[in-house]
Design a protein around this ligand. Sequence first.
Ligand SMILES: [Zn+2]
Ligand SMILES: [Zn+2]
Length: 333
Amino acid sequence: MKRILQNSCISLLAASLVVSCRVRIQTGSEFEFIIPSAQVETREAPSRTEIVAPTQVVMLGTGTPIPDAFRAGSSIAVVHKGESYLFDVGSGAIRQATIARYKHDIPSLYPSQICCVFLSHLHIDHTMDLSELAHTLWWRRQVGLRAWGPIGIDRIVNGLDEIIAADAEFRINGIQPVANPEGFRIEHQTIEPGILLQQGDLSIEAFIVNHGDIDPAYGFKVTTDDLSLVISGDTTYSEVIAEKAQGVDLLFHEVISRQGLEQNSPGFQRYHNSVHTTSDELARLATIAQPKKLVLYHGLFYGTEESTVLNEIQALYDGEVVLANDLDVFTAN
Ligand SMILES: [Zn+2]
Ligand SMILES: [Zn+2]
């Protein structure tokens, strides 16, 4: 399905410093919201409203390595008690976080307020915006970004330290106020399977999935007081996901259209078969796991209509299934 994005952002009176954006999507859905222009946001702690809000899952990027005007690179935010925990951070995801912050009124999605990111694996479509996330307004960060990733994350963080070095020297040694001279640093940890973070009623667990020769690659299970979810990351059919996703509220799973796969050269068919999950395999997995809702993301369509992959799954699976778009929000209900 082709979609036309008609962006009619109109600058209002300069003094009001707001931009009104109407974004029309041809599918019939239409939304309108007000985005403040270039607003600096800082906060000491989450507000009471944020703390009592239900857990939300915000799709910051539902795309793949293939450039897509409508889908940023892979990134899913779990928003719980006033903090945002990102799972992957592909190209464009932080731009989407800025939009989501205002569209859905979620202060913890303001880029320099995002506390944590978990990288499923080190393919670039899952990591490209790490610098954007860690370094946007770093001089206003009280605490640097926390990141968890597979073995190799230290190479990425060391590289990002070089990328930011000149900027950091200028700002720290100049007259600009800097909240924390270490605010640009990424506090990183190498993932081992098991519980990565346990904070009150929030639990984040990593488990190994099969992404072919990209090893290790992780999926994640997140549970809170009101929501359970599994994020597949990039993976071929992995029994462990069926097990971890047993009866969860939400299963976010990557997918490649069976019909789309067949448009590929033999070499790419072989590659995709060993690293991604075809629609029929995912239908089989969901039939075993029985999540309350199956959410497709990181869809590889290869020239087929986006609806094709959904139809392929619905033909083989009776449960509820949706194809996520960027900026969609999911909750327990
Ligand atoms: Zn990917
Ligand atoms: Zn990958």
